[in-house]
Design a protein around this ligand. Sequence first.
Ligand SMILES: C[S@@+](CC[C@H](N)C(=O)[O-])C[C@H]1O[C@@H](n2cnc3c(N)ncnc32)[C@H](O)[C@@H]1O
Length: 221
Amino acid sequence: MSFGLARGKTLDITGVGIDSADLPTTDVAPLIDPREWFGERASLPLEIEIGSGKGTFLVQQAPQQPDVNFLGIEWAGEFFRYAADRVRRNGVPNVRLLRADAVELIRHRCPDAVCTVIHLYFPDPWPKKRHHKRRSIQDQSLRDFHRILRSDGELRIVTDHDDYWQWMLEHVARAEAIFARGRFAPPGAGNPEESELVGTNFERKYRREGRPFNAMTLRKR
Ligand SMILES: C[S@@+](CC[C@H](N)C(=O)[O-])C[C@H]1O[C@@H](n2cnc3c(N)ncnc32)[C@H](O)[C@@H]1O
C-alpha cells in the first residue's frame, strides 16, 4: 500500500531507524533496552511516542528538549521510513524510530521503568465494534504502560474521536489504582483554543477542519 509519501524518492534511515525484524529474537534476548540505541546519550531520560506517523511531533519537540531522548514507534513501514529519513535530514540527534507494534513490543520486550513519558496522539480509533480489540488503550496495555514508566512518569493522550474517548475514560476509571488522571498540560503545550497542543500532523488536519479534541494526562501512582 502507498500513502503517497516520498514516492520514488530514496529514503535513508541510517543511524535513526531500527526495524524490529532485525532485533535479536526472544530466545536470545527477551528484553531489549531502547535506551541503548542512543549511544553515548543512553543515560538521558527517554520518552516514547506510540504511532509517530510522519514524525512531525518528534522533529518539532526533540530539539526543544535536547536533554531527553525520544523513541517513536510506528508499525506502518512507509511512515516509519518517511519519519526516520525526515529525522536524519533534520539532523535531530535525540530521536530514534522503531518499526514495530508498540503495544506488543512494550508488553513483551520492554524492561520496567524505561521511560518518563508515553505520548499517544490521535491513535487509530478502530470505530467498528469487532475491531475495538485493536485499539491501543486496553486494560492490559494500561498496565503495561504503567510498568514501563518510571515513578511519577506520565501517559499523555489526545484524540478527536468521541467514541474512543468514552472508551478511554471507561478504561482509565478501571485503572484508577495505578494512574491519576489530570489535565493535559505538558511543558510547552499552548492554550488549545489558540495554538497547537502537540503539533502532530493529525492535529493540524483536524484543527483546519474545526474538529474538537479531548486530551488527558495519566500520572503513574
Ligand atoms: C491516526 S495516525 C496519527 C499519527 C500521529 N500521531 C499524528 O497525530 O499525526 C495513527 C498512527 O499510529 C500508527 N499505529 C497504530 N497502531 C500502532 C501500534 N500498535 N504500534 C505502532 N504504530 C501504530 C499508525 O500506523 C498511524 O501512523
